[in-house]
Design a protein around this ligand. Structure first.
Ligand code: MN
Length: 263
């Protein structure tokens, strides 16, 4: 049986140590192709580049087939799928290991998770990995062995019925991690605080900071798992519909406008 083809990407850029750790994991299981942004792209969510050309440059990355891309994480996946690997089948897409959490509501801002989601909506099993440590020189030792375990399991068992996992790993030594929890996305939000200042030309600037607030006290959430020393694994999708709200909004179909326009 031929080795699986694994696409590896991230949002922290081609030079991030978290990417190198994930490439190490992927290369134990398959043929690896890396396409990652040429600069940090955290917080870009599902952004795509429409108003400027994209560049792909082959880079030296041990003995791995690797490219840096001038665009966003989602651009990386689109170029990999439709240009670099257009005649091949990608068996798995791995994104990360992100420097910083992508649990709870962070998933909608995350370039790491959007890259994995882009691959999943093309039908590719995908996993986003994040370590709860923002530092460039974070210790990826435990995260690497956890990613290895999960990738091995997913290659054997698949992900039915979903196509995407959001995996977050506490910043703890392996011996202090209590295990893995398959859980739901917890409800939380950010209290934003824009720091104001003056740039060297005397123009005012704003710099986003803030703190995360947990609004969900369930013990089945990613927030709870991470706070209690577990790895969180959330099966994730891209259908943003609140299905339960459809029946109670049927009244809109009966509204006056509807009656006038479409009677
Ligand atoms: Mn990032």
């Amino acid at each position: 049986m031929s080795k699986p083809l694994i696409l590896v990407t991230n949002d922290d850029g081609i030079l991030a140590p978290g990417l190198k750790a994930l490439v190490g994991v992927a290369s134990r299981f398959g043929e690896v192709v890396v396409v990652a942004p040429d600069s940090p792209q955290s917080g870009q969510g599902h952004a795509i580049t429409l108003e400027s050309p994209l560049r792909l440059r082959k880079v030296h990355f041990d003995d791995i087939d690797a490219y840096e891309c001038s665009g966003t994480p989602v651009d990386c996946v689109k170029l990999a799928k439709n240009v670099l690997l257009k005649d091949r089948t990608i068996d798995l897409c791995l994104s990360g290991i992100n420097h910083g959490a992508n649990s709870s509501i962070n998933v909608i801002y995350s370039g790491t998770m959007s890259a994995a989601m882009e691959a999943s909506l093309e039908g590719v099993n995908s996993i986003g990995f994040s370590l709860l440590d923002y530092n460039f020189d974070a210790d990826f030792t435990a995260a690497t062995s956890i990613a290895e375990t999960i990738v091995e399991q997913v290659l054997v068992n698949g992900l039915p019925p979903c196509k995407l996992l959001n995996v977050n790993i506490p910043s703890l030594p392996a011996t202090e991690i209590k295990g893995m929890r398959v859980c739901r996305q917890g409800n939380g939000s950010w209290i934003e605080d824009f720091q104001e200042g003056l740039d060297p030309r005397g123009e005012k600037y704003y710099w986003l900071t803030g703190r995360f607030v947990n609004k969900d006290h369930g013990e089945d959430t990613d927030i709870w798992a991470l706070a209690n020393g577990y790895v969180s694994i959330v099966p994730t999708g891209f259908d943003l519909t609140v299905h339960g709200a459809i029946p109670s909004l049927k009244y809109l179909q009966e509204s006056a406008f509807q009656k006038i326009m479409y009677k």
